[in-house]
Write a protein that binds this ligand. Structure first.
Ligand code: E4P
Length: 218
């Protein structure tokens, strides 16, 4: 399972990349706004910086919702760097645009996916990744992890190549649950990735090893 970081913050991307466990980055317009990035020139400059910081795929989201505009914007984003993946919303024009990007060899991430039916459409259009938002599903009292499992099963049954990119992850436990449910990729904030490190018995055990060593070695 690949690990992507879900942020547009360069320091956090570097910190995760330096751990040696990072396979890519996802962003969205809200995450770019959180970093104060506005205006097309600045947005492109920022994506370029992210794409140079990591080796893996970097999802850059279009803000257009009409087919020809999505195509124009997506091509501009794809031109920024070889590892840019064009992130397109699950709407009718988005599916059409994903089909076109697939035909011309541009990688895509179909975002805002909340049902298995939507995931089937994204895969039929040839999306490189499909992003089901598990946290937002849980927010409305449904079970996001069931959707990951369902999509993973469907893709296996139908031999779809699209990768299941579990998004909107809110806890470290959900990363483990995604691995069990068959996700190909998880994207999550840095603190959620770092949360996987924590176990009280690791801290207690390390303290004991070090104090025993110090008893004899000073
Ligand atoms: C990633 O592709 C999504 O944009 C992101 O994970 C959404 O997360 P959120 O529901 O926490 O905003």
């Amino acid at each position: 399972m690949k690990f992507f970081i879900d942020t547009a913050n360069i320091d956090q991307i570097k910190e995760a990349y330096d751990l040696g466990i990072l396979d890519g980055v996802t962003t969205n317009p809200s995450l770019m706004a959180k970093e104060g990035i506005s205006g097309e020139a600045n947005i492109i400059k920022h994506y370029k910086q992210i794409a140079e910081t990591v080796e893996g795929d970097v999802s850059a989201e279009v803000i257009s919702t009409e087919y020809s505009k999505i195509i124009e914007e997506g091509k501009r984003l794809a031109d920024i760097a070889e590892n840019i993946v064009v992130k397109v919303p699950m709407i009718k024009d988005g599916v059409k645009a994903i089909s076109h990007f697939t035909e011309i060899g541009i990688k895509t991430n179909c975002t805002l996916v909340f049902s298995a039916g939507q995931a089937i459409l994204a895969a039929k259009a040839g999306a490189t990744y499909v992003s089901p938002f598990i946290g937002r599903i849980n927010d409305i009292s449904w079970e996001g992890m069931d959707l990951i499992e369902e999509i993973a099963d469907i893709y296996e049954n139908c031999f779809f190549d699209t990768e299941v990119l579990a998004a909107s992850i809110r806890s470290s436990k959900q990363i483990k649950d995604c691995a069990l449910a068959g996700a190909d990729v998880v994207t999550c904030p840095l603190h959620t990735i770092l949360g996987l490190l924590k176990h009280p018995l690791t801290d207690i055990g390390l303290e004991k090893f070090l104090s025993d060593y110090r008893k004899l070695n000073g």
